[in-house]
Design a protein around this ligand. Structure first.
Ligand SMILES: Cc1ncc(C[n+]2csc(CCOP(=O)(O)OP(=O)(O)O)c2C)c(N)n1
Ligand SMILES: [Mg+2]
Length: 561
């Protein structure tokens, strides 16, 4: 017996499930009920009921970082606009998030009826323009375009590695599709971009010519290597070439930090180890793999001084050195072409090595950053993903040497506080091999802490460290002390999971090193989620010198002399 023709929404969710995505993060709503129902009925997808749409978008961001793509579902207007900050963050990180939105029916639209979740102006496409601006591709689905459109949207989202906006009105959503449904394949076996063969050959010859003429070469892999699913391919390239490599902060965790060719974290004057800046910038040739983002945090406040005449950018669909540019290329093809052709190249070394943080702190000492981060580092093991929130914790985790097999996720470019807690939910659900360990400041956590209830509901087991300094501490570091707007409401953090219905969570507040050690021991052996509130002295947060702040803000107004 022929199977029933799927409706538009059934087709969409099943076509996306073909990619191997197994969760949908969202908040239901009336215009989106057709999507919500189709998702709940799809046996390959689990609906994750997030506390709000922003959390859902962050969770989808986290899931996509590990699996390679994800699904987010919201209602029209109020839902999608709440999600938009998180979807923009996913775009900045180059993550394919399929953003599903249900809208008022075309019957309502054609009659010009004024409905809820609109501005009362009879206009039904004004939010679409906003949501679509966070995506690289968007589509309005109908029964007769859905099959072609889904192929186009999936291909484009994966080709550009960015979110895709998919909207369908309630009435059309429930009509059967017209045409022959497509059965897709899992993400790992889907081809992404393709290269023009002649351009690829020319680019590879060009790069190899420069490589052969150089004695000291260093590679700088960016997070795009991870977004395009090229981690293993890059490791193959390293093993064959034995090329030295360093990661910019945004590339941290993409590639192993215990590989013999690993040099450290390259970010201008804030590079670790210190002499890495001179080593990278003194090399005959730099291979910038993925395209280093010249953003302030990623470059030690723009103190990177890479010589553009010695830096080949293996970018997103191009290769470039100075004015020589090859286009029509896929990064995957360039990397595999180089791996085939390259021979071992000369090594490059720093005098210092990226080392483990010294273990400091006597049992009776009060907890502080100096004794917390070595302990966090010490507990990491292969398979873990460390998720670091924007704030003071980024300053400590970026130079932290990660053991083999430990991933690292942060939102350095977009930098929207509150990201880490829901993102960790998505990461935890996609990370089937190890633990998800979150470190967040208290201020950031206050934005999205309600996602803890969702974590408890679905039984995931993250380890969460909330650093309680009762302050937006990093704001003081980059500004001044004394502003009341940096003081936080004093929450009893360790009570949050219990209040949110998380049963069997290990929750504790620690204020001494002995308590911290005991809490970490327990979390390491506990078969359940752990939530550890760590007291950090507010006095640690002190402003950096005015000269550095002027450099960071570029706000040094010249005075007439
Ligand atoms: C959505 C958003 N709002 C505001 C900011 C500005 N901001 C950046 S860091 C920060 C404070 C973070 O404080 P906390 O999480 O407590 O970390 P701490 O530095 O105290 O450890 C704020 C408010 C931001 N980056 N994103
Ligand atoms: Mg704080």
């Amino acid at each position: 017996m022929a199977s029933k023709t799927p409706t538009v929404v059934e087709y969409v969710v099943n076509r996306l499930a073909d990619l191997g995505i197994d969760r949908v993060f969202g908040v239901p709503g009336d215009y989106a009920f057709p999507f919500d129902d189709a998702i709940e009925k799809c046996s390959r997808l689990q609906w994750i009921a997030c506390a709000n749409e922003l959390n859902a978008a962050y969770a989808a961001d986290g899931y996509a970082r590990i699996y390679g793509a994800s699904i987010l579902s919201t209602t029209y207007g109020v839902g999608e606009l709440s999600a938009i900050n998180g979807v923009m963050g996913a775009k900045s990180q180059r993550l394919p998030v399929f953003f599903l939105v249900g809208s008022p029916s075309t019957q309502i639209q054609r009659q010009g009826l004024v409905t809820h979740h609109t501005l009362g102006d009879g206009i039904f496409n004004n939010f679409q323009a906003i949501s679509a601006s966070a995506c690289c591709v968007s589509t309005n689905l109908t029964p007769d375009n859905v099959i072609d459109e889904m192929e186009r949207v999936i291909r484009e989202a994966l080709r550009q590695s960015e979110p895709a906006y998919i909207i369908v009105p309630m009435d059309l959503a429930l009509m059967p599709v017209i045409g022959n449904p497509v059965k897709g394949s899992p993400l790992a076996s889907v081809g992404r971009a393709k290269s023009d063969p002649a351009s690829l050959d020319a680019a590879l010859n060009f790069i190899m010519n420069k490589v052969d003429g150089a004695k000291q070469i260093v590679a700088l892999p960016s997070n795009l290597v991870a977004s395009y699913g090229l981690k293993d391919q890059f490791i193959e390239f390293l093993n064959k070439s034995q090329m030295a490599y360093a990661t910019p902060p945004m590339g941290k965790g993409v590639i192993s930090e215990s590989h013999p060719s690993y040099l450290g974290v390259y970010s201008g004057v804030t590079s670790t180890p210190k002499d890495l800046k001179a080593v990278v910038e003194g090399a005959d040739l730099v291979l910038d793999i993925g395209g280093l983002i010249p953003e302030d945090i990623n470059t030690g406040n723009w103190t990177n001084q890479l010589n553009p005449d010695k830096t080949i950018v293996l970018g997103d669909h191009f290769v470039k050195l100075g004015g020589t540019i090859f286009t029509g290329l896929a990064l995957a093809d360039v990397l595999s072409g180089l791996t085939q052709r390259i021979k071992p190249v000369g090594g490059l070394h720093t005098t210092e090595k990226l080392a483990k943080f010294p273990m400091v702190g006597a049992p009776g000492d009060a907890t502080c950053s100096a004794n917390f981060y070595p302990r966090l580092q010490n507990m990491l093991r292969a398979g873990d993903v460390l998720v670091a929130e924007t704030g003071t914790c980024m300053l400590y985790t970026t130079p932290m040497l990660l053991p083999e097999g430990v991933g690292f996720q942060a939102q350095a470019l977009w930098g929207s506080i509150g990201w880490a807690t829901p993102a960790a939910e998505g990461i935890c659900m996609a990370n089937k091999i190890g633990r998800t360990i979150v470190v967040t400041g208290d201020g950031s956590h206050q934005l999205t802490a309600n996602e803890i209830g969702t974590m408890g509901r679905y039984g995931i087991k993250p380890i969460i460290f909330v650093l309680n300094n009762a302050l937006y501490g990093v704001e003081i570091v980059v500004s001044e002390t004394g502003w009341k707007y940096d003081d936080l409401a004093k929450w009893n953090y360790a009570q949050i999971p219990g209040a949110m219905g998380c049963s069997n969570w290990f929750c504790v507040k620690v204020s001494t090193v002995a308590e911290l050690d005991a809490a970490i021991d327990k979390a390491n052996s506990y078969d359940g989620a752990s939530y550890i509130e760590v007291m950090i002295p507010a006095s640690e947060s002190q402003p950096v010198p005015a000269s550095l702040q002027n450099h960071v803000y570029k706000a040094n107004i010249p005075t007439a002399s």
